[in-house]
Design a protein around this ligand. Structure first.
Ligand code: NAD
Ligand code: UDP
Ligand code: UDP
Length: 317
């Protein structure tokens, strides 16, 4: 049994990760400041005596004795990370420094939840880990993109200078149950709109692409990454190479839900990447033949089920 700290554990991905690690027989400590996370996502885990919840902000130092740290604390949806951009950078940068300081002191392993956003609006397609990215350093997305890039640099430098055992995963767009209905991400927006027969809001012409990964595939990849030998630090892409336009996504969701919603077009947000698709050759090779196993249609059906229940139990306008 390992004792594992999950920062951002009350968020969408973090809550699934906490559950998975507990089910594997570990002791799990979830640290979160509830900026975008919710107790409802983890409260069912409280029945397990090996689960603990701590309200704390990663920008402040934190002392605890654990074996491993998964550092997920950071808002991930554009509307949330742009709400207080300075706080977003502080969370990525100061959060990384504190958690790396912790890993250094306890001589533990630490995994950073980085992002495909480090590639910005990519000029290389699909994106391998060796691609350095095309990020606007002063644009609206820079608080997130540059914060995550700086965190990667801190991880690599703590590894080289202080021998900290690091792991970096670059996560591509992920969806699934426990996403927030109003956090502005495309999958949750389209599903909620379809279920409520409201207009489906496509930003731009809908021809931009994303590659959507179901959350259980991501969690499996992260845990396999943590289990690799100390000589493999990453970064490694974790995503589903299946690439879809936003129009295709909208039609798939309309088809599954049988919704009467109409598609409407709204302006494309600033610096919105045109295309994104992971090259997962490295993950396949290093993570014990890991690859995503949940096809988009199946993952969407499970996510739609989740939102149907949520919308019938909560009043969401
Ligand atoms: P989320 O917003 O649901 O979860 C983030 C969690 O971090 C929330 O529970 C939030 O309350 C917590 N948090 C934020 N700031 C904090 C702070 N200062 N101190 C402590 N806790 C704080 O987002 P998510 O989708 O679950 O993303 C989890 C991680 O994965 C993030 O680091 C994100 O950048 C990364 N990621 C996610 C995706 C995706 O598609 N979901 C893609 C790439 C990377
Ligand atoms: N830190 C922490 N928990 C620990 C150890 C360190 O939060 O268990 C913080 C510490 O407050 C410091 C940061 O991590 O601000 C970086 O630690 P490091 O040892 O690298 O830096 P130093 O303490 O030498 O400034
Ligand atoms: N998007 C959209 N309609 C929405 C929300 C998002 O067309 O209601 C688009 C958005 O402009 C982007 C894509 O969907 O091109 C993915 O957006 P999301 O915020 O989910 O992820 P990210 O842009 O961070 O990859």
């Amino acid at each position: 049994m390992k004792r594992i700290l999950v920062t951002g554990g009350a968020g969408f991905v973090g809550s699934h990760l906490c559950e998975y690690l507990l089910n594997q027989g570990n002791e799990v400590i979830c640290l979160d400041n509830y900026f975008t996370g919710k107790k409802q996502k983890i409260v069912h885990l409280m029945e397990n005596p090996w689960f603990e919840i701590i309200r704390h902000d990663v920008t402040m130092p934190y002392y605890i004795e654990v074996d491993e740290i998964y550092n997920l604390a950071c808002p991930a949806s554009p509307i949330h990370y742009q709400y207080n951009p300075i706080k977003t950078i502080k969370t990525s940068v100061m959060g990384a420094i504190n958690m790396l300081g912790l890993a250094k002191r306890i001589k533990g392993k630490i995994l950073q939840a980085s992002t495909s956003e480090v590639y910005g609006n990519p000029e290389e397609h699909p994106q391998p880990e060796g691609y350095w990215g095309n990020v606007n350093p002063i644009g609206v997305r820079s608080c997130y993109d540059e914060g995550k890039r700086c965190a990667e640099s801190l991880f690599v430098n703590y590894h080289q200078q202080n021998d900290v055992k690091i792991k970096i995963v670059r996560i591509f767009n992920t969806y699934g149950p426990k996403m927030e209905p109003n956090d502005g991400r495309v999958v949750s927006n389209f599903i909620v709109q379809a279920l409520q027969n409201k207009d489906i809001t496509i930003f731009g012409d809908g021809k931009q692409t994303r590659s959507f990964q179901y959350v259980s595939d991501l969690v499996e990849g992260m845990v396999r990454m943590m289990e690799t030998g100390d000589d493999f630090t990453g970064p490694v892409n974790i995503g589903n190479p299946g690439e879809f336009t936003m129009l295709e996504l909208a039609h798939e969701i309309l088809d599954i839900t049988g919704s009467k919603s109409k598609i409407v077009y709204q302006p494309l947000p600033e610096d919105d990447p045109v295309q994104r698709q992971p090259d997962i050759s490295l993950a396949r090779k290093k993570l014990n033949n890991w690859e995503p196993v949940v096809p988009l249609r199946v993952g969407l059906e499970k996510t739609i089920d989740y939102f149907e229940h949520l919308l019938s139990s909560e009043k969401i306008s």
